[in-house]
Design a protein around this ligand. Sequence first.
Ligand code: C5P
Length: 232
Amino acid sequence: MKRDVIIACDFPSAEETLSFLDRFTGRKPFVKIGMELFYAEGPDIVRRIKKRGHPIFLDLKLHDIPNTVKKAMSVLSRLDVDICNLHAAGTRAMMEAALEGLTRPDGTRPLLIAVTMLTSTDQQSMEKDLLIDRPLDQVVMHYAQNAKAAGLDGIVCSPLEAGKVHAACGSDFLTVTPGVRFADGNTGDQKRVTTPERARELGSDLIVVGRPITASPDPVAAYERCIAAFAD
Ligand code: C5P
């Protein structure tokens, strides 16, 4: 997939989201729909945004027993999204079941990627809260290899890990990377962050950018700044 910038549309309503997207009169940005918007508006918001011509990453991060995830993915497969995801921590059996559920009767399916370790988690919180005491990048790499072995198309990780993931899992294995901030911006709750320029050097395929665009006084300019630094 061509390098691109995905805007995380973390808004509480369809109205706010659509008026935000109305500002983009030139190109149709790749849009990420996450839990906040999906839980507020349901599948209809996915159809409405798709109808406007945006590629969609549906970021619902499924994590449950394999049978439940398989059935949920089968429901999501009826939506015409480009990328779906789940947590690699749900195990390889869960990822394999998800892939089965997501595959439509005609054999087509959206891309499926796995969240490795959230970019808001760091070594300290992983050790203290999750009792995982390996180095964080080793954990990310192990989860990436599990996802690849399960047949998934890529992972979500920090841009700081993208190069290593490509080295371990191949250049076609997608790295979708949130935790992107402008050098002069706020990091907020994100911990493993870098700039769009550096994400490109590190080999990210798709960067996910939320607040640096959505909370900017000029979101279109902030988006274009990301595109210029990362994708052009
Ligand atoms: O506003 P910000 O740029 O931090 O938004 C990042 C987006 O990426 C959020 O929607 C968040 O849910 C998502 N995300 C993340 N870390 C992951 C997976 C998804 O930050 N590992």
